[in-house]
Design a protein around this ligand. Structure first.
Ligand code: 1PR
Length: 567
């Protein structure tokens, strides 16, 4: 493609189109933004990376006249690529907060995945396609997996079969891509399907342009796991005022020597790029002091995201400080506004920690969904799949499970090494009442994992169990749970299998196991013994061990993929 070729992008401002922008620019194309419906009609080729939920997207298309322009553009068989919601909107209607009418170009209703098949909803992660029709854009995808993130899907039927170019199986067989003439749309994210399989060449001649988003040179890497390995960067401002990647031991990020300085492991953008190149399936940034600083005031964090998304072509999650906030001038920001800024800066998903605990406590107390919590507000606009809840549980040992009202579990490996009772000394900020609680209930057999949830980076304990919290946030609309474990964090001794099992069995949304990875077996262990969908690690990456182990041992994980996926 020649450099003066341009691509028109329909970005209605609802979310992260940055990754698509970056991928297009990466190829040397210029982007023209749609400002008016006329720009659609005049486009030489149009990309529509629909983001967010169906109803708000249709509202924008209807209210601006862009929907009408889009229909006539497509009816005239002009070069078009829809991505994700950009595919779904072509159908007649969607059940997402609906029924809501769509553009009506393709017969069919977009419905929610049926969780009763035992598959977790949303469908987040890598999957293979069954290609049913020749389509240049799929040429390079034939033998590899691509990245999906969605709760709703369109199903093949007699009425729409002439459109379908590939399907995918996730409990149901659903439409992965459509093609008619010059009109293409895909449910997966080509711009996020890089990573350890090598880069994805997304040939798109009819546009006509060659979207070589990525170029695969290592076919060996096609053998890989459906479970994702996520590299996590805990980010905070150090005492000198620089935004640095840090990493704690059981959430304590200060050096023990060197006058208690915040550990500085490097620059966030550089490290994210490095972990992407090493083959991470996803990258997460957690702004660990976001609870006390206003994240929109934290411009460097937004810049980190913007810059990271220029070179990282796998999903990016960002967390820290997502809550309603009033700044020093009295200006009120809703959690939705805070999240929107993160999405605009390059996040594909946002992660809520402390505020989710408050929302769950309120919900468990009143049993009323007010629609006002951050989880509800953000998932309504951006979809459940964009909302991760990060849980920070700390073990509490019990004499008897009936000592607490929370669900507790019997440890599979009780023993001396498990008596990691936190005291105020090694866990600053846990208040006296809770410390006493731990001592009084110390017993070898039982652990109420997450009997106390902590918020504000471990500085405040809350009396709610990890199990109760997970169930509540699922009901409120979270699409994924990031399950940390303070006791295991930074220890390198393996994930808390008992905890991960309890939570991943309790909910039907995907659970990311986090904290404790030290060697590659820890990943296969957590995938084989629990229903975790992904595993997140930090220290192992920082110690530069990861590139040599988990990513380069796909075969072991492939077996797990067969076992767990072909249920
Ligand atoms: O509460 O919405 O502002 O979000 C704050 C976020 O920051 C939460 O997701 C919370 O988990 C996180 N956080 C707060 N304080 C710390 C800390 O370390 N002092 N870090 C912290 C959480 C946990 C994982 C870590 C894994 C894997 N870090 O992200 O990376 O435990 O580590 P490992 O593989 O080295 O064992 P809010």
């Amino acid at each position: 493609a020649s450099k003066d070729d341009s691509v028109t992008l329909l970005d209605y401002g609802a979310g992260n189109v940055r990754s698509v922008r970056n991928a297009i620019r990466h190829l040397g194309f210029q982007i023209k933004d749609v400002q008016t419906p006329k720009d659609i009609l005049n486009a030489r080729r149009l990309i529509f990376p629909g983001v967010g939920a169906f109803a708000p997207a249709m509202d924008v298309l209807n209210n601006t006249g862009m929907g009408e322009a889009l229909c006539s553009y497509i009816q005239n068989d002009r070069p078009f690529l829809g991505i994700c919601l950009g595919l779904q909107l072509l159908f007649e209607s969607s059940d997402e907060n609906g029924p809501v009418g769509g553009l009506g170009m393709i017969p069919g209703v977009v419905g929610r995945f049926d969780a009763s098949h035992g598959f977790r909803v949303p469908h987040i992660g890598w999957n293979a396609l069954q290609i049913t029709k020749d389509s240049e854009i799929l040429d390079d995808i034939r033998n590899r997996h691509v990245y999906f993130v969605h709760s709703y899907r369109a199903m093949p039927s007699n009425e729409n079969k002439e459109w379908i170019s590939s399907t995918c199986n996730y409990g149901d067989e659903f439409i992965a891509s459509v093609r008619r003439g010059n009109v293409h749309a895909v449910q997966f994210h080509p711009e996020k399907s890089g990573g350890k399989q090598g880069e994805l060449k997304f040939s798109f001649e009819t546009l006509p342009l060659d979207l070589e988003f990525f170029s695969p040179d290592n076919l060996e890497s096609l053998v890989y796991a459906v479970e994702s390995v996520i590299a996590c960067l805990d980010v905070r401002t150090n005492d000198e005022g620089d935004l640095v990647v840090t990493k704690g031991d059981q959430y304590d990020v200060r050096e023990h020597a060197e006058q208690s300085k915040v550990r500085n492991l490097g620059k966030p953008v550089e490290l994210a790029g490095q972990y992407y190149n090493d083959g991470a399936d996803e990258v997460s940034f957690l702004n660990i002091t976001g609870f006390r600083d206003f994240p929109l005031g934290d411009v460097p964090m937004l810049q980190v995201l913007r810059r990271a998304s220029e070179n990282v072509f796998v999903p990016l999650t960002v967390g820290g400080g997502i809550r309603d906030f009033t700044d020093s001038n009295g200006r009120y920001y809703s959690s939705l506004e805070v999240a929107s800024e993160y999405f605009r800066s390059g996040a594909d998903k946002i992660s809520i920690g402390s505020d989710a605990v408050h929302a769950a406590e309120e919900y468990l107390k009143t049993k009323v969904k007010t629609g006002k919590s951050s989880i509800e507000q953000i998932s309504r606009v951006y979809g459940n799949q964009a909302v991760v809840v990060s849980i920070d549980p700390r073990r509490v040992y019990l004499n008897d499970p009936s000592d607490v009202e929370f669900k507790s579990i019997k440890l599979t490996k009780p023993g001396k090494e498990n008596f990691l009772v936190q005291t105020e000394k090694n866990m600053p900020g846990i208040n006296a009442r809770q410390t006493e609680f731990c001592h009084n209930h110390l017993h070898p057999g039982f652990s109420a994992d997450g009997g106390l949830l902590v918020i504000n980076g471990g500085r405040e304990g809350r009396p709610i169990g990890a199990y109760e919290l997970a169930k509540a946030v699922e009901e409120l609309g979270a699409g994924e749970i990031l399950l940390n474990c303070i006791d295991c964090d930074g220890q390198g001794k393996g994930f808390d299998i008992d905890l991960v099992k309890m939570i991943s069995d309790a909910v039907s949304i995907p659970v990311i196991a986090s904290s404790g990875a030290g060697v590659s077996e820890h990943f296969s262990d957590v995938f084989s013994k629990t229903n975790a969908s992904a595993a997140l690690a930090a220290g192992i990456f920082h110690r530069k061990e990861m590139a040599d182990i988990a990513f380069d041992q796909p075969l072991e994980l492939e077996l797990l993929y067969c076992e767990t996926y072909n249920m």
